[in-house]
Design a protein around this ligand. Structure first.
Ligand SMILES: Cc1ncc(COP(=O)(O)O)c(C=O)c1O
Length: 453
């Protein structure tokens, strides 16, 4: 369990307080690892030598020969669409992906957003219904709810885990709430124990947005296989990419058949046109790219976890940059992103943007990721003024809804985030992980130089 480190860090910080810890760190060598002496550590942004120079990170995506071979095979087969064969690349991929994630069934789609949309329709959630989800996610999450003409109700975050705060989810349930869509951000599991408890208590469906969290394990179960349905994305940056692609997993045969029918424009496997659905089928070439990765993904998953554990360990008592909190029960994560919160009070008050520039000069690219929570984007004013939404939800509910878009923890997370796009970089070696932490320590040890910038 990775949580132990997390808990010990929290206890330690809880006892001594951040101020004390900062003072300790400022007067002696911090206990969390090697610190550059000030002479050796003139900051690169001020003309010093960068911690990491002229060394690239592992490229992502990695177009290896197995992928090329699978695409060639598919091209030569003349089977380019999934309905041409029951044993083509898409059905084969679905079988293998279900096995990989220890679930019974998988239906592939053209994207993660399409997978989420399909689940909405398959579960019968639509106009007039409300779905509670996170404001800190890709727009695809909210888009799937909106295109069903349901109301995406945004709950606030646990600011240390960047995940939905289950207590706030429960507070936002109304008689029209039909589902919770937890988003496993950065590829780490949400607090699914509490979310499932709430869902059972209020008789709600759970659609897991696991688009970032392939292969993550929570309390012995694959993320995506805990709720009613789970969705994944294979968009180019993800840990198993094919350009654009998605999948739904689940263990309920009838529900998964309904997912198949919905994404097949409402046509079931027997060719009968039985329900409402768009055409969201994955194509054979996308599945070929994915099948070409089936041998490498498990090793890569372990490698990212090993590197993340190492980073967590080296950063564990460092209050200036705090690694994402992992919930008890988290056995492994996807590490699509390696996320940290930047605490400027420990860096002489320099802004997060300035810190990112200083780190970039040291050769370590950190990103602020999502600039604003989705509660701060224009789609909300669009829908509350839309005739169809007014008819479906009523002006009173929409007014209340607009006013409830005050999500301070999400704002805090957006303002402090400093993360690494980890799909490629976390496949690097231990010495590369040392570069990341050494650069952080160097900036920290020389933080008084930063006043001058
Ligand atoms: C959390 C989350 N949900 C949904 C999506 C949408 O997936 P796609 O881009 O494959 O449609 C993404 C993709 O970035 C995501 O990260």
């Amino acid at each position: 369990m990775m949580d132990k480190n997390e808990l010990s860090r929290r206890n330690f910080i809880g006892k001594v307080g951040y101020g004390t810890l900062a003072a300790l760190a400022a007067t002696s060598v911090p206990s969390y690892g090697t610190v550059f002496s000030k002479d050796a550590g003139k900051l690169a942004i001020l003309g010093g030598k960068p911690v990491r120079a002229n060394k690239a990170w592992p490229k992502w995506p990695q177009p290896d020969e197995k992928i090329v071979a699978k695409v060639l095979e598919t091209t030569r087969s003349g089977i380019w669409c999934r309905i041409q064969s029951k044993t083509g690349t898409v059905p084969t991929f679905e079988e293998e992906y279900a096995k990989l994630l220890n679930t019974k069934y998988c239906v592939a789609t053209g994207s993660g957003t399409q997978a989420l949309s399909t689940c909405m329709e398959a579960l019968g959630i639509g106009p007039g219904d409300e779905v509670i989800t996170s404001p800190y996610t890709d727009m695809g999450t909210v888009s799937a709810i909106l295109t069903s003409r349901a109301l995406p109700v945004l709950a606030d975050l646990d600011p240390e885990a960047y995940q939905l705060d289950p207590d706030d989810v429960e507070r936002r349930i109304t008689p029209n709430t039909k589902a919770i869509m937890p988003v496993h951000m950065m590829g780490q599991p949400c607090n699914m124990g509490r979310i499932m408890e709430i869902a059972r208590k209020h008789n709600l469906k759970v659609i897991e947005d696991s688009c970032q969290a392939q292969q993550a394990i929570y309390r012995g179960k694959n993320v995506g296989a805990i709720g009613d349905l789970g969705c994944f994305s294979f968009q180019s940056s993800k840990i198993m990419p094919c350009g654009e692609g998605g999948a739904i997993i689940g263990n309920d045969f009838d529900l998964m058949e309904q997912c198949f029918t919905v994404q097949n424009h409402g046509t079931n496997r027997k060719g009968k046109h039985v329900t409402i659905g768009p055409k969201y089928r994955m194509n054979e070439f996308e599945a070929a790219v994915l099948l070409g990765q089936m041998d490498s993904i498990v090793d890569r998953f372990h490698k990212r976890n090993e590197n993340a554990r190492y980073l967590n360990k080296r950063l564990k008592d460092f209050p200036g940059l705090r690694s994402q909190k992992l919930y008890e029960g988290t056995e492994s994560g996807s590490y699509y992103l390696y996320a940290m919160s930047y605490k400027k009070e420990h860096f002489n008050g320099i802004s997060r943007e300035q810190f990112l520039k200083v780190m970039a000069a040291e050769g370590i690219g950190l990103s602020p990721y999502i600039p604003n929570g989705l509660h701060r984007e224009a789609w909300i004013d669009h829908i509350v003024n839309l005739k169809s939404y007014k008819q479906l939800f009523g002006e009173k509910r929409l007014k209340e809804y607009r006013e409830a878009m005050d999500l301070p923890n999400c704002d805090l997370v957006c303002s402090e985030m400093a993360m690494i796009w980890a799909s490629g970089p976390l496949l690097a070696e231990k010495e590369d992980m040392d570069h990341i932490v050494n650069a952080i320590e160097k900036v920290y040890a020389n933080r008084d130089q930063l006043k001058a910038i």
